[in-house]
Write a protein that binds this ligand. Structure first.
Ligand code: AMP
Ligand code: ZN
Length: 482
């Protein structure tokens, strides 16, 4: 059973999608004004692991990750996020270039980083500036339904019009009224309302025509507009870092549910922060490390991936070079063990009853499927590798186990997203390749009688074939005698 901790329910709950077998998932992507750092990567890795866990179980996941290229203001730590200057405009002004050249450069950097980190690409990466029309339409709708109001070219969401406001973050209206540091926008009716559209001063570089005059969108509305455009009115999973819970995701729920009258999203999954010296790693604090910086110190993207997976996504994590060193060693161990078992020629067909390899695989998957418990699953994996190495030393690994290991190893590395170097695959005889091809066609045509016959032909030639979802795994039968 797959389960996740749902921020909205404040507990771990079993996963059940809205449509059987299909999952609609949205991830808040980067604000593209600086290099992607390890903190951002940590959040995207959580989303990636969720997707891999689900796909491994056969779910068809549609994943959207947006690119924020307008509307995210510098003081997003102050209450509703309506204070300060647009982050991208600020950078463009400082560097005396256009906002587009800033966003283009950092968007490219983001994609390269994700690729190197082996993060599965989202099915689409919509950009906020490409969806101004959808945002305007959504805002018009919210005004018509009296959830939003216009003052001097600005449009604000009236928080008092949505009774469930605060359910996600706990920042209910009552609490906001007495507690938070609220920005004093002169045009807001109430300081707890948030901006949907902001009037642009003449010198503002990014501005668009709207029914309320020239302006630019608030930060939160983009994700409501883009998730609706590409996933529909209700989705299964929404992810982001813990700083997104409030105000960003709270605002998304309010906007989306007020506009559609439907429940917006079932599972809200948030990654706790990656810290440096006890402080959130962030672009604005400039206390971050990019992937390039760690590569310059001799670590690979997979060393980083394994390091990030070694800590649970719901615990804060302190960045440390020591942890990277340990992961590097662990990865080497994985590579070595894989190589050893590939080279090992078993002398027994079947394992004796007391061997535990098959139960290991089962436990590995149930562990990681339990609220993405990657550290727990990795601990099991290291234990299994130790056992396996001891048994390889004693030459007591059976043919059956070797095959099971190689088959399950592919699933494990898929779910962990680890690219483990494999030595060049053994060249198969031409005859075997021909039969494999025929068998693949037979399986496509669901001709199981033929596929079974071809399996026997392969076995008669001294090889063993086993079926993975989209592939046939083949190894030489070291016990074969002709
Ligand atoms: P940003 O580019 O700042 O909008 O952030 C993009 C994503 O990364 C958001 O989901 C953030 O919540 C997340 N994020 C930013 N900093 C960190 C961090 N230090 N640790 C974990 N996630 C982060
Ligand atoms: Zn967002």
């Amino acid at each position: 059973m797959i389960s996740f901790y749902n921020t909205a329910e404040k507990k771990k709950v079993p996963f059940k999608p809205l449509t059987q077998g299909k999952v609609l998932m949205y991830t808040c992507g980067p604000t593209v004004y600086d290099d992607i750092h390890m903190g951002n990567i940590r959040s995207y890795l959580t989303a990636d692991t969720i997707r891999r866990i689900l796909e491994n179980k056969g779910f068809e996941v549609r994943h959207i990750k947006n690119i924020t290229d307008v509307g995210h203001l510098t003081r997003d730590d102050i209450s509703q996020g309506d204070t300060g200057e647009d982050k991208i405009e600020k950078k463009a002004r400082l560097e005396n270039v256009t906002p587009e050249s800033i966003t283009k450069m950092y968007e490219e950097h983001f994609h390269t980083t994700e690729k190197e980190m082996n993060i599965l690409p989202a099915h689409f990466f919509p950009k906020a500036t490409g969806h101004i029309i959808q945002m305007i339409e959504l805002i018009k709708h919210l005004i018509e339904k009296k959830h939003a109001y216009v003052v001097k070219g600005n449009v604000f969401f009236d928080v008092t019009s949505f009774s469930r406001y605060g359910n996600l973050s706990g920042n209910t209206l009552e609490k906001l009224k007495v507690g938070a540091r609220l920005e004093e926008h002169p045009d807001k009716k109430n300081p707890w309302d948030f901006a949907l559209w902001l009037k642009a001063p003449q010198e503002h570089l990014m501005q668009w025509e709207s029914p309320w005059g020239k302006g630019y969108p608030g930060w939160h509305i983009e994700c409501s507009a883009m998730s609706m455009e590409y996933l529909g009115e209700s989705l299964d999973i929404h992810t982001g870092g813990e700083d997104n819970i409030f105000p960003h995701h709270e605002a998304e729920i309010a906007q989306s549910e007020c506009a559609t009258g439907k429940h917006f999203c079932t599972y809200w999954i948030h990654t706790r922060h990656l810290l440096v010296d006890g402080e959130k790693m962030s672009k604005s604090k400039k206390n971050f490390y990019s992937l390039k910086e760690i590569q310059e110190k001799g670590f690979s993207p997979m060393d980083l991936r394994l390091t990030l997976l070694s800590s649970h996504y719901r615990s804060q994590m302190n960045f440390s070079w020591k942890a990277l060193e340990q992961s590097q060693k662990n990865l080497q161990k994985m590579t070595r063990t894989l190589q050893r078992i590939q080279d090992f020629e078993p002398i027994q067909q079947r394992s004796s009853k007391d061997l535990t390899l098959s139960t290991f695989f089962e436990t590995f998957f149930t562990t990681i499927e339990d609220d993405i418990n990657s550290p727990g699953a990795l601990a099991l994996l290291y234990e299994m590798l130790n056992t396996l190495n001891t048994r390889l030393d004693k030459k007591i690994v059976s043919q059956e186990e070797k095959l099971l290991f190689l088959k399950e190893w592919d699933r494990i590395t898929f779910v962990l997203g680890l690219r483990i170097e494999q030595k060049g695959k053994e060249k198969l005889p031409k005859k075997i390749n021909e039969i494999l091809e025929k068998r693949s066609q037979a399986k496509k045509e669901r001709d199981y009688v033929l596929s079974d016959r071809l399996r026997k032909e392969i076995e008669a030639l001294g090889y063993i074939v086993t079926d993975l979802e989209n592939e046939q795994k083949i190894i030489k039968n070291s016990l074969f005698k002709n």
